[in-house]
Design a protein around this ligand. Structure first.
Ligand SMILES: O=CCCCC(=O)O
Length: 458
């Protein structure tokens, strides 16, 4: 994959970038390593101030940064702005809470004194995806940098300008060279980086296949890794749900970012008693939306991230239809230039069909009817993925009881899954392991060091 900006609204190449040579790469890692020696000893207050400054700059430059996201991966401009706001709140959150999260943890011991202290470990390698090109980076960079680690980023090859901009923001905020470093390299060079002893932790958000080879490289080198991979989140609507609320959240959950999120509400599982009402309202809200330039605030449907992405999603739909699924709405490319496809609802999906077995990373809602709560739970769990899920019911205790039986890392009640800085984010099963955000995200690449002072007998 060339490292280049291709505008998915036009499918035109905007700019192509050279990869770093091996020498350049080595110089950047050496610099990051050298900087780590001083950064780890820089007072926490100064590290927190850096994050605050990054947050401020992001808000100041919101219009420019949002346009870059939209240019490179096609997100509707208002959603790009929301990403930048969210991202600034992640930097703020860790700036404000790091001192609390890093407090020594006293241990109960029979004699003497013992505590666990979180200490930094070195360079953390972040391999990040294009779908939230600023926010995915923030969730790894903020807790690690404030914790005293330094970060090197291998970003997706289709968002090189976003990647360069994040490095620039850190510099403008006053970060010493090497605290945050953008590595413009191809994915195939990551395995070699895993062998580098200066790199002490590795985090990847991406596909299951990329995660497996990344974890293998980390494992061979006895390195801690965190994986945030795909998902097939169930969006369960129980028979006592507020249907208008459920419809509103299902639209956001499935179609925000053109359905290109690991936590998109990919499977709508609705109890028979309310299924027709839900489906009719859901369908009516996605018909007759305005298709257009994602830079134009009036557009409601923009392009997918690339021509290949749009082709793949339409092909998954076509294959599912050949296998017996039905298209209720959409299902096709939109007849215009750019990586466009229609918002789609699929019904009649059965095990063995592509739509049942694979993650569909685009604007396709898979609709299922179930008769009972138990069937909803079983269907929700009938996937290799275990990232998130939602349960809708006016009876919160009932919803929590259902949530408790869903095998995922996160379940939201009466809300679509969406990250926020103070909630842990991550999955189980083939969706990966480890957590980002909240206090848990702060610990992944820190050393939980025991310090024990025995009682010296006089
Ligand atoms: O692909 C992962 C998307 C995460 C979306 C979020 O941060 O809510």
């Amino acid at each position: 994959m060339p490292i280049q900006t291709v505008n998915p609204y036009t499918n035109k190449v905007v700019k192509t970038f050279e990869e770093l040579t091996d020498d350049q790469l080595e110089r950047k890692i050496a610099k990051a390593h050298k900087t780590y020696q001083s950064w780890r000893n820089t007072p926490l207050e100064a590290r927190a101030r850096l994050l605050q400054k990054v947050a401020e700059l992001m808000r100041e430059k919101k219009a420019e940064l949002s346009r870059l996201i939209t240019l490179e991966m096609g997100k509707l401009i208002a959603q790009s702005e929301a990403e930048i706001e969210m991202c600034a709140s992640v930097y703020d959150y860790y700036a404000k809470n790091a001192a609390e999260f890093l407090k020594d943890r006293p241990m109960k011991v029979d004699s003497g004194k013992a505590f666990v202290r979180l200490t930094s470990t070195g360079i953390v390698l972040a391999v990040e995806p294009w779908n939230y090109p600023f926010n995915q980076v923030a969730r790894l960079a903020a807790p690690n940098i404030v914790g005293g680690n330094v970060v090197v980023l291998k970003h997706a090859s289709n968002v090189p300008q976003c990647a360069a901009m994040i490095e620039k923001l850190f510099k403008q905020a006053g970060a010493p060279d090497g605290v945050f470093t953008n590595l413009r390299i191809a994915a195939k060079r990551v395995a070699k980086l895993a062998e580098d002893q200066r790199i002490t932790g590795m985090s990847l958000t991406g596909s299951e296949a990329a995660g497996a080879s990344f974890a293998e490289a980390a494992g061979r080198n006895i390195k801690k890794s965190v994986l945030e991979l795909g998902g097939s989140d169930a969006f369960i609507v129980l028979d006592d749900a507020d249907i208008d609320l459920a419809v509103e959240k299902a639209i956001a959950g499935r179609f925000n970012n053109m359905g290109q999120a690991c936590t998109s509400s990919k499977r709508l599982i609705v109890m028979e008693a309310v299924a027709n009402t839900f489906l009719q309202k859901f369908k009516s809200k996605i018909e007759n939306l305005k298709v257009g330039d994602p830079m134009d605030r009036a557009a409601q449907i923009g392009p997918l991230s690339s021509e290949e992405a749009a082709k793949k999603v339409v092909q998954q739909v076509t294959e599912s239809v050949k296998q017996g699924a039905k298209i209720l709405v959409g299902g096709k490319r939109i007849d215009r230039q750019g990586a466009f496809m229609e918002f789609t609802i699929l019904t009649g999906i059965k095990p063995g069909m592509v739509a049942y077995d694979e993650e569909i990373f685009g604007p396709v809602a898979s609709f299922y009817r179930v008769k009972t709560e138990q069937q909803a739970i079983e269907l929700a769990n009938a996937t290799r993925f275990g990232l998130g899920g939602s349960v809708f019911s006016k009876d919160v205790e009932r919803a929590v009881r259902v949530a408790n039986q869903i095998d995922t890392g996160m379940v939201f009640i009466n809300k679509n899954v969406a990250s926020q800085p103070d909630l842990p984010f991550g999955g189980t099963k083939y969706s990966g392991y480890g957590r980002e955000l909240s206090a848990l995200g702060m610990e992944e690449f820190m050393n939980r060091k025991l310090i024990y002072v025995p009682q010296i007998e006089p």
